[in-house]
Design a protein around this ligand. Structure first.
Ligand SMILES: [Zn+2]
Length: 420
């Protein structure tokens, strides 16, 4: 932290300064201001969370930089008016992969990180998975689809209400809700609610324009926002990161509460050459324009810092801690593993994703000749049924791409299969 900030002073700005009306790539700060206007108690909550965060970071900074990896459950709510907005399961999965790569420092463009910033780049050690169980405990793909009659629903307060053409959040203490919908045409990519700032509380989550979600389908022609980093950025906000220039109007007396990000005046654009200087950081390595919490092009963004990692883990030890106790993501998850293990580990399936054939190996000594392997679609309908063998090769070439459950005797094991 380059500048000691007075949080109260800063929060006071929310009332003094007029609400920005100009289009922004990210509307997180503006939504927070609006929510404080609706419920001033949010100011106390932000102050409480920031006090906790500072104390937690102080206690944990000296610990090993390696923390245990946590997996957070996501539900994607696709709200669509025309079919183009009803993005595919495959497109959604590319976004989960981007999130996991970016948060684990496995992003393919990490090699573009300027040498000056590499020492502070973090493996955040947070992963994400599509929820395997819905709030009622039933198996789910972690994706809901809602047709609406509302134009630009993400640009209104209707998206989080089933009664208004949107869809209600799933339990916000157990799921990260991401609404993917139309945000209009004024350049808005998305927004999120930092901890404690949603108003009403059940609007908590991320809202992302359908053109900026994942890397294929509707995202393919969205350069420079075509690599899924809008969601990486908004997930940073959801886990209590600020923009590099701070939570409000920027300037050199406003910071992002992170110790290792250079002080930055205002947002960056496109992809500057390293080192890039501004009025606040005018020597050395300059500003961290390649950070996910700046506004540079998706292909220019490569990293979170160690300080940002600590702040996000503070959120998971404080205001977002309930996500760690969620059973919604009981399946193990890794960035490249789209076939997610259920509580049982009796099966091994490959490849991921499967295209023409899905190989299955039975790992445990069960009554193989008495059982049937089934592939079940997301409506619960059995599509393929074959007698179980120790090693199987199932022809899936005629199935439509999407998510399926693998089951034994028509009982879904919550395995999710993607067929390209
Ligand atoms: Zn933002």
């Amino acid at each position: 932290m380059k500048v000691i900030l007075n949080y109260l002073f800063l929060l006071g700005l929310f009332f003094i300064l007029p609400i920005q009306t100009a289009a922004q790539q990210c509307r997180t700060s503006e939504i927070r201001k609006n929510n404080i206007g609706k419920n001033p108690l949010i100011i106390d909550e932000i102050k409480r969370i920031n006090t906790f965060t500072d104390a937690w970071i102080k206690e944990n900074t000296l610990l090993s930089s390696t923390r245990s990896i946590v997996t957070l459950p996501i539900v994607i709510h696709v709200i669509w008016k025309n079919s183009a907005q009803n993005i595919s399961d495959a497109q959604i999965l590319t976004q989960i992969e981007v999130l996991n790569d970016d948060f684990r420092k496995k992003n393919s463009n990490f090699s573009d990180t300027p040498s000056g910033f590499r020492p502070i780049a973090a493996d955040v050690e947070i992963e994400f998975c599509l929820a395997s169980f819905d709030p009622s405990g039933n198996p789910t793909t972690g994706i809901t689809r809602t047709q609406t009659q509302v134009n630009g629903i993400g640009n209104s307060e209707l998206f989080y209400k089933t009664s208004s053409g949107g869809i209600n959040a799933w339990d916000i203490s157990k799921y990260i809700n991401i609404w993917v919908c139309d945000l209009g045409d004024d350049g808005l990519l998305g927004f999120a609610t930092p901890p404690g700032t949603a108003e009403p509380a059940n609007s908590d989550g991320l809202v992302i324009g359908y053109q900026f979600f994942g890397t294929i389908g509707t995202a393919a022609n969205s350069f420079p926002n075509d690599l899924g980093r809008t969601v990486t950025h908004e997930m940073g906000h959801y886990l209590n990161l600020e923009h590099l220039w701070g939570p409000d109007q920027g300037g050199c007396d406003e910071d992002d509460f992170v110790s290792d990000t250079p002080l930055q005046d205002w947002e960056s654009e496109e992809c500057p050459n390293f080192p890039f200087f501004d009025d606040c950081s005018f020597s050395g390595i300059g500003i961290n324009f390649n950070n996910y919490m700046d506004y540079t092009d998706d292909e220019c963004m490569t990293m979170f810092t160690m300080g940002q990692k600590l702040r996000m883990h503070a959120a998971l030890n404080g205001p977002r801690a309930s996500l760690l106790n969620s059973n919604a993501c009981s399946l193990s998850s890794s960035s490249a593993d789209y076939i997610m293990e259920a509580s049982t580990s009796i099966l091994k399936t490959f490849p991921n994703p499967a295209k023409d054939f899905l190989n299955i190996e039975i790992l445990e000594n069960i009554l193989i000749d008495k059982n049937i392997i089934t592939i079940i679609d997301i409506n619960g309908k059995t599509i393929i049924s074959e007698k179980m063998q120790q090693k199987m090769k199932i022809d899936v070439s005629k199935l439509n791409p999407g998510i399926y459950f693998l089951g034994i005797n028509n009982k879904a094991l919550h395995k999710v299969i993607i067929l390209e």
